[in-house]
Unconditional design. Structure first.
Length: 327
């Protein structure tokens, strides 16, 4: 693990058992995350993209140890989280937090906004009395809400305001690392831009590090320093954001980028749109060889027989790709 790495994920697996019959015997596994490795540098935003069901959210929750991975290591500042006991992990949670996808479902309707934002302060014993109220008011201002809103309940806020409350709750314990699990996918486009600008501002002011999970490549482009592309439980490409958009190498990445809308009609008409055939294979029984081969428009025999390794194109390029056809 390098000094500038905050998080290192090493060969992480997360299999969910499938049971059947009266005795609920295990008959198969859902291979949600299947041997994923990557790192997150201090102070950066790593975008994690892919279509629904590819394992993005599961990866984020395994890093936070909300799910106990089947195999592999998750290192946070050199400490292997998978080996920590419950009390040790509880103390470690102050350093890492989660912003949920759904601002409607992630807030307790019986608690006021002030109680929701202040709850982590109470759980971790960080503030009491006047100091507690002052910190809650400061958290409201931090996410551009007014402190007088503290007595309101979640149903009295708009979707964008609820997500700001969720962000304030995540930042209450002053974490170093935040997993943003599709934090803007449930919001209107105009509100999405406001939330992304807020997240960027907070990252710079508080020195945060983000894992930003999304399925919209145009959203990820605006906030990410590096981007990892995930397909059916595997990382297929990872590099600097500008490099990925200028020079995508994996056929799946190329297909995803071809679907991103371009506001210039002339440019949009001139580009090649790639339509992927078929559906995503089942994570219970993934295809042999490359996971993407049944839908790939460039697949050859080796793609169907041998699984490609995630490899760096040239030493020092920081452009990693998992494809037999890329030299």
């Amino acid at each position: 693990m390098k000094d500038n790495h905050l998080v290192d994920v090493e060969k992480l697996y997360m299999y969910f058992p499938v049971t059947a019959g009266v005795l609920q015997r295990k008959v198969a596994d859902v291979k949600a995350v299947d041997g994923v490795s990557f790192y997150v540098i201090k102070g950066e935003t790593l975008g994690l993209v892919g279509e629904s069901g590819c394992g993005k959210t599961t990866t984020g929750r395994c890093i936070l140890q909300l799910y106990e991975g089947s195999k592999g290591k998750v290192l946070f500042e050199g400490i292997d989280l998978t080996n920590l006991k419950k009390e040790q992990m509880r103390r470690m949670r102050r350093n890492m937090q989660l912003i949920f996808q759904d601002p409607f479902a992630s807030l307790d309707p019986r608690m006021t906004a002030g109680e929701i934002i202040g709850e982590p302060l109470k759980v971790h014993g960080l503030a009491r009395g006047k100091e507690y109220k002052d910190q809650v008011a400061e958290l409201f201002r931090m996410v551009e809400l007014e402190p007088y809103m503290a007595d309101r309940y979640p149903h009295e806020f708009s979707g964008g305001q609820r997500q700001r409350i969720g962000i304030a709750r995540a930042l209450a314990v002053r974490p170093k690392f935040v997993v943003c699990d599709e934090p803007v996918s449930a919001l209107d486009v105009s509100i999405q831009a406001q939330i992304i600008i807020l997240l960027e501002k907070l990252r710079d002011e508080l020195g945060l590090t983000y894992l930003f999970i999304a399925h919209d490549l145009s959203v990820v482009r605006n906030i990410s320093d590096r981007v990892a592309v995930m397909y059916l439980g595997k990382i297929v490409e990872i590099t600097q954001a500008d490099e990925l958009y200028a020079n995508p190498l994996h056929p799946y990445t190329v297909a995803l980028l071809s679907a991103v809308p371009i506001p210039d009609p002339k440019v949009d008409r001139g580009r090649k749109r790639i339509i992927l055939r078929g559906d995503v294979p089942s994570p219970i029984n993934p295809p042999p060889g490359c996971r993407f081969n049944p839908r790939c428009y460039q697949a050859t025999d080796i793609c169907k027989e041998k699984e490609p390794e995630l490899r760096e194109l040239t030493p020092g390029s920081e452009h990693w790709v998992s494809c037999h056809l890329v030299q």
